[in-house]
Design a protein around this ligand. Structure first.
Ligand code: NAD
Length: 467
């Protein structure tokens, strides 16, 4: 089994950069600081590997199923390393690894098939599907392995090769994952590059890359889309969210409070489709605030490696600074921290789970994506007002509606402007479903068969009707 210590990648000339443990705020390892000039050789090798990888779908299925087994077998090495660099509780790291293996299995066995062209006229045509070539993925730090696999599993299953760049905050578990996968995949089918900007920017605009798939913030997504235009590469963007949850008048607060709390606070709130704004009927507002505050006060916050921790530290210092800033601005504008509202007095990037009441609706913690352990709870008087407030945003990733009458809840969910709407839960997904944000939250579709087709190009063959 490969060790968790980072080693300088072959050809890395730029030295290394430090990786910090968010539970201590101190450096615990380093990763190669690869330079943009290395990308020509990396992409060239990915292209050479593609010529073999694209040729045999059966061999791909076998290799990807073996990859899933290898990931599972390496769980005990991967999980603590992931927790160490990202901060999340160990059980969540194991869940991320299980999801990575499941995704490999799902896409390994997904067949794009061929489709006849049928438009009522006597045309005998057929659609086949071809891989695109070497592709690039750039991913963030909140789910390093799960989001990496959301990129490479469909790309590799489609017959593409991939160069993947993790966030500089969380490069280590991804490097170890690549090392594990190298025991079952042909060389250069999946290459991990690590380094600081402009490595990602140069990867996104490399002329040898045929598809750039990115998960991260909206501003970076915009920049990447502009850069990829230069080479006319296909672009898929999975971007930020500011999901609203609406509680209906008939909601049973105590019954849903645990689920609702964790829909906002899992992974320390650092989930693209976490509940980030909560709208409660004015009549129930105090009860909802109290129920959530009680859970926020009793949630166990500590290092992810401590078995009892339910919430780890915030993942990195800039993210902690953003959370502190949003909270301070809300409090200065008259909000009340019914729970939390401050950093914990201990080393590392710990922030107390925070429930905010009396928040002005135009406060940044409501209007922007806080991406941390803070939840503003806003009262509403009419359902139309709540739906309008939920939709009054440039974000469009997810949303949810909570109540006892499921038909009514579903009717309200149908009015939300987002890619996925949940009833009485939030952020649960299936590997078989499409995943796409609307408005500024994304471009293109990931997940399920749509994710596979996003990595393929249609190839149409026409035959004459006669002769
Ligand atoms: P980010 O945009 O700052 O960085 C994401 C990745 O892009 C990192 O690997 C980073 O190194 C790289 N990068 C930074 N600048 C770049 C540039 N100019 N060109 C190319 N690459 C560049 O995002 P983050 O802070 O790492 O992640 C948090 C964001 O990700 C949140 O907005 C969250 O909602 C979003 N996210 C979205 C989804 C989704 O599926 N929609 C999932 C998880 C996270």
């Amino acid at each position: 089994m490969p060790t968790s210590r980072s080693r300088r990648a072959p050809g890395a000339r730029g030295g290394c950069f430090a990786v910090l443990d968010p539970a201590t705020g101190e450096t615990f390892d380093e990763a190669p600081d690869q330079q943009p000039e290395e990308l020509d050789a990396v992409v060239g090798r990915a292209h050479a590997a593609w010529l073999g990888w694209r040729a045999d779908p059966g061999a791909r299925t076998t290799a990807l199923l073996a990859a899933a087994d290898a990931v599972e077998a390496a769980g005990a090495d991967l999980a603590p390393l992931l927790t160490r660099e990202q901060g999340k509780p160990l059980a969540e790291s194991y869940a991320e690894i299980a999801r990575t293996a499941a995704r490999l299995r799902y896409f390994a066995e997904l067949d794009p098939g061929t489709q006849p062209i049928t438009d009522g006229r006597p045309v005998r045509g057929e659609i086949r599907w071809r891989p695109l070539g070497p592709t690039a993925a750039i991913v963030p730090w909140n789910f390093p392995l799960q989001l990496a696999s959301a990129k490479f599993a469909p790309a590799l299953a489609a017959g593409n090769t991939m160069v993947l760049k993790p966030s500089p905050f969380t490069p280590l578990a991804t490097r170890l994952l690549a090392s594990v996968l190298s025991t079952v995949l042909p060389p250069d089918v999946l290459t991990i590059v690590t380094g600081r900007e402009p490595l990602g920017a140069r990867l996104a605009s490399h002329p040898g890359i045929r598809h750039v798939t990115f998960t991260g913030s909206i501003p970076t997504g915009r920049a990447i889309a502009q850069r990829a235009t230069a080479s006319l590469a296909r672009v898929t963007l999975e971007l930020g969210g500011n999901d609203a949850a609406i509680l209906l008048e008939d909601v049973e607060v105590e019954r849903i409070a645990d689920r609702l709390f964790w829909a906002a606070f899992r992974n320390c709130g650092q989930v693209c489709m976490a509940v980030k704004r909560l709208y409660a009927p004015a009549r129930l507002h105090s009860q909802v605030v109290e129920a959530l505050a009680q859970r926020a006060k009793t949630a166990v916050v500590g290092p992810g490696l401590d078995p009892g921790s339910q919430l780890g530290p915030v993942s990195n210092a800039p993210q902690l600074a953003r959370i502190e800033d949003y909270t301070a601005r809300a409090l200065a504008d008259g909000a009340r921290a019914v729970a939390g509202g401050h950093r914990l007095d201990r080393p590392g990037y710990f922030f107390a789970p925070t429930i905010l009441a009396d928040v002005p609706p135009d406060s940044p913690v409501v209007r922007q994506e806080q991406f941390g352990p803070i939840l503003p709870v806003l009262p509403y008087r009419s359902l139309d007002e709540a739906v309008a407030a939920a939709n009054d945003t440039g974000f469009g990733l997810g949303g949810s509606v909570w109540g006892t009458d499921l038909d009514r809840a579903e009717a309200v969910a149908g009015r939300l402007e987002c890619g996925t709407a949940w009833i009485n839960h939030h952020a649960e997904t299936s590997l078989a479903q499409p995943f796409a944000g609307v408005k500024d939250s994304g471009l293109g579709v990931a997940g399920g068969p749509w994710g596979l087709y996003g990595n393929l190009s249609p190839f149409v063959v026409h035959r004459p009707v006669e002769g």
